[in-house]
Ligand binder design. Structure first.
Ligand SMILES: [Cu+2]
Length: 201
């Protein structure tokens, strides 16, 4: 009987020790330490995500321009490199080009359908497209005159938060002759920006 009591006491002591070890381990992980660890993990994660984000846009004709092409955008931190390759532009004329979008981050810019032509003249004019692609967020200058009707444009910009997220925005190319008059602001092509690579390699 005595031995049983001793055994039980020994077991309880061992259990108490175990418990105290567990308690000790728990107190070593203070809320601050775990917060620090999670911050470090997040910092590491965001850093690796920011290494190289790549976006693409398939540029399609507007207003029967016949313009087509591809845009590739690379974002590193706040530095954005834009490449636009497009053909079918009116040769030797100035083609302004922009990233269009909405400052309201919940609103996604899209390329305007022909139904955007509210005055019924058969063209989606700059203003008629605004409800779809939004205002200009970034001038993709210097603008090209497309000497042979095509452009291969590459430029790097420092961008503000208003231009992000890029996938909410579109690229619009402008400029075409209508009835013998060059219309510099007329949208001739548009491409919706999509995420290609979110920094994962
Ligand atoms: Cu524009």
């Amino acid at each position: 009987m005595k031995r049983i009591i001793q055994k039980t006491t020994g077991f309880l002591a061992a259990a108490a020790m175990l418990f105290s070890f567990t308690a000790c381990e728990q107190t070593e992980v203070t809320p601050d330490a775990s917060l620090e660890a999670s911050n470090a993990q997040n910092a590491h994660r965001s850093k690796s995500y920011n290494l190289n984000k790549t976006y693409t846009a398939e540029i399609k004709a507007l207003n029967g321009s016949g313009v087509m092409g591809t845009a590739t955008l690379m974002l590193e931190g706040n530095m954005l490199t834009v490449n636009i390759m497009a053909s079918g532009l009116e040769a030797g004329m100035l083609h302004v080009q922009h990233i269009h979008g909405f400052m309201d981050k919940n609103k996604n810019a899209v390329c305007p359908p022909m139904s955007a032509d509210t005055n019924g003249n058969g063209l989606v004019e700059l203003g008629e497209g605004l409800p779809f692609y939004g205002p200009i967020l970034l001038d993709l200058a210097p603008f090209s005159t497309a000497p042979d009707g095509s452009i291969n444009y590459t430029q790097t910009f420092q961008v503000s938060a208003g231009v992000l997220p890029l996938q909410n925005n579109v690229i619009v190319l402008h400029g075409m002759t209508v009835d013998g008059v060059y219309w510099p602001s007329l949208p001739v092509a548009c491409g919706e920006i999509k995420v290609m690579n979110n920094g994962n390699r």
